[in-house]
Design a protein around this ligand. Structure first.
Ligand SMILES: [Zn+2]
Length: 105
């Protein structure tokens, strides 16, 4: 198996401090310890929902079936523990992109 190539992005020490603070707030609130990739994907997904760019639907890890907010069809999500608690999916029925929050009980 080959290691994925390491990529880096430039952040100023101040931005890094702010991101680390945001990550620790997230960890305290959710009780999760996501790696940076997971954390940033969750934050960007929720940010896009907050901006109204994506719609969000709910599902639980136990029963990962959700209802598409565009076409009303139910579909299930292949969930594994490696996935972040909030995922981007494409509706298999209408091909709409949406964000699914898997933190529902
Ligand atoms: Zn749909």
């Amino acid at each position: 198996m080959t290691e994925p190539r390491q990529r880096s992005i430039g952040v100023t020490p101040r931005e890094k401090e702010r991101l680390e603070k945001a990550k620790s707030v997230y960890e305290n609130k959710t009780g999760e310890k996501p790696d940076w990739g997971k954390f940033l994907s969750v934050v960007s997904a929720l940010g896009l929902v907050a901006l109204g760019i994506y719609k969000m639907s709910q599902a639980s890890k136990k029963n990962p079936v959700t209802n598409c907010p565009y076409c009303g069809e139910n579909f299930s999500i292949a969930y594994s523990d490696d996935l972040p608690p909030v995922v981007y999916v494409t509706c298999p029925n209408c091909r709409a992109e949406l964000v699914v929050d898997l933190r529902a009980p």
